[in-house]
Design a protein around this ligand. Structure first.
Ligand SMILES: [Zn+2]
Length: 198
């Protein structure tokens, strides 16, 4: 991969506390800028369209190694159900594409983040109209990898997805959260029982 051909991580995926890109994996606390492995970002947002107000419910970055470890322990039936749901409902055809520049071209990569995240990739609803949604991205170093992600999933689609999680997997997620989540306790409760989708 030509690392420098990738766009810089857009503001939409910055850590809201620092206003800068995430620096550490939430689970193993590895330093993301020094890693050669990709990592995922999720930012869950509550939105009050009438007041044009947004608040961050929670947000984190997780390295590929930790994400893989987490996925490995999900039940087979849950994994299949989620993959099936995405295969059926993910509106891939309506999403922008991104063509990587060749390394000889000295122009900024053409990437407009809002084109990728302004509609729910499952339900097609506009972000401006939603009360709850999550933004997902896959990054490496200080760059974003525009491919399947980034995307936005509305609260409506998340409700569907949570239904697909078998009880066994939910139990596992609780255990995982108890073990690794180092953030504030009120965020920990919110994080429990949620599917991780990137
Ligand atoms: Zn990690």
């Amino acid at each position: 991969m030509f690392f420098h051909d990738l766009p810089e991580i857009p503001e939409e995926f910055h850590n809201s506390e620092t206003g800068a890109p995430f620096t550490h994996c939430m689970v193993c606390e590895c330093e993301l800028a020094l890693e050669t492995q990709p990592y995922s970002i999720e930012r869950a947002i509550r939105h009050y369209p009438e007041m044009e107000l947004k608040s961050v419910v929670f947000e984190y970055a997780m390295c590929a190694k930790c994400l893989h470890a987490l996925e490995k322990d999900l039940s087979e039936s849950t994994k299949q159900a989620i993959a099936g749901y995405f295969a059926e409902h993910f509106r891939a055809a309506e999403r922008p594409t991104w063509t990587r520049l060749t390394s000889e071209e000295e122009v900024e990569p053409d990437f407009t983040c809002s084109d990728w995240i302004d509609q729910c990739s499952i339900k097609g609803v506009e972000r401006a109209e939603l009360y709850e949604y999550s933004l997902y991205a896959r990054c490496i170093g200080d760059r974003i990898i525009p491919d399947v992600a980034p995307y936005m999933i509305s609260g409506l689609a998340q409700d569907d997805l949570i239904e697909l999680f078998s009880n066994k997997s939910l139990g596992f997620m609780d255990g995982f959260t108890d073990k690794y989540f180092t953030g504030p306790p009120e965020l920990k409760e919110l994080f429990k029982g949620r599917p991780i989708l990137v």
